[in-house]
Design a protein around this ligand. Structure first.
Ligand code: UT7
Length: 318
């Protein structure tokens, strides 16, 4: 038994914030942001939109594209760093908004690697016979945890959600997965605040040592790609599409060059979405499926890296 991608969906909030808009808010420029990151614009959630709203829109589209109905879903995993509330989980809130109950629902907190963590977990549920149709959603509202006066972080992130339905199948499917974490890097990328006694203690905003994250990301994207391909007994030549976490076009292209993967096979949406953390991979996946670029039978290499640090990937035949 394998798990395969039965359907995809995504949702982007209506409001678009361009680099030019940001240049009116902080000391930055379109030239600097494009040259250093490849980002031109990002979407920002409305004041009344929370992660589960974005997840609902993306999830409903993924369920519809898989030819299923919400009642068929027997596992819900939401990857998010910006949950609606401390608890219940965004996955439980999403379950209720979908009008279903009973199936397991939980969040995965692995920051920008959250979606590949979720996919790996869902694959294990499905191949062990504990689920047949899993809804996985990466949903983020980073606009809520950015210091809009800090030009070193506020220009990088965006809001959005991407979703995938993974179903049990006799055809592959997920071919190999690999996850890693090293909490020794916790101070390099964090939101080091928490709620205590009715107050926020510490900073509620993203803090990042950009240079360290950049170097680490290029190294582990390359390493984990090789581990996954070796596990699947495949090579870079077998990868039809590389969909890394969309943080910075320079990280993505540097990785492709290290892997000797032609840039035409690198999927990039970072120019229009910015870094949407756990949502970036399923957003890029759904956009490419909807555009007809990714076709049934294509081998996709999905890779995430983020706070923790966490990193990992999934090789999946679409
Ligand atoms: O999802 C995973 C999390 N994040 C990432 O993957 C991000 C990884 N890191 C990066 O993408 C890059 O390191 C950044 C885009 C964050 C920064 O690019 P960089 O080429 O490493 O630039 P830098 O941090 O070395 O900054 C260069 C200069 C600095 O000025 P000085 O010290 O040289 O005078 C910064 O103060 O650019 C300045 N700077 C800016 N200037 C204009 C930093 N942010 C901005 C800005 N606009 N928004």
């Amino acid at each position: 038994m394998y798990s395969r991608i039965a359907g995809t969906g995504s949702y982007l909030p209506e409001k678009v914030l361009t680099n030019h808009d940001l240049a009116k808010m902080v000391d930055t420029s379109d030239e600097w942001i494009v040259a250093r990151t490849g980002i031109r614009e990002r979407h920002v959630a409305a004041d009344n939109e929370v992660a589960s709203d974005l997840a609902l829109a993306a999830g409903q589209r993924a369920i519809a594209s898989s030819g299923l109905v919400a009642d068929d879903i027997d596992l819900i995993i939401v990857a998010t760093t910006t949950p609606d509330m401390v608890f219940p989980s965004t996955a439980c809130i999403l379950q209720s908004k979908l009008g279903i109950s009973g199936c397991p629902a939980f969040d995965v907190q692995a920051v920008c690697s959250g979606f590949v963590y979720a996919m790996t977990i869902a694959n294990m549920f499905i191949v062990s016979g504990q689920a047949k149709n899993a809804l996985l959603v990466g949903a983020e509202v980073y606009s809520r945890i950015l210091d809009w006066n800090d030009r070193t972080t506020c220009v990088l992130f965006g809001d959005g959600a991407g979703a995938v339905v993974m179903s049990a199948s006799e055809e592959p499917g997920v071919l190999a997965t690999k996850l890693h974490a090293d909490g020794g890097y916790a101070d390099k990328l964090s939101v080091p605040g928490w709620v205590c006694g009715g107050k926020t203690i510490g900073s509620p905003f993203v803090q990042m040592d950009g240079g360290s994250v950049f170097k680490f990301a290029v190294r582990v994207f390359d390493e984990v790609a090789r581990e996954i391909l070796e596990a699947a007994k495949m090579s870079v030549a077998d990868v039809d599409w590389f969909i890394p976490h969309q943080a910075n076009i320079r990280i993505m292209e540097a990785t492709a060059r290290k892997l000797k993967l032609p840039l035409e096979r690198l999927i990039s949406t970072v120019d229009r979405h910015g870094n949407t953390s756990a949502a970036s991979i399923p957003l890029a996946l759904d956009e490419s499926v909807s555009a007809g670029r990714i076709k049934r039978g294509d081998n996709l290499l999905l890779e995430g890296v983020g706070g923790g640090f966490t990193w990992g990937g999934v090789l999946v035949r679409y």
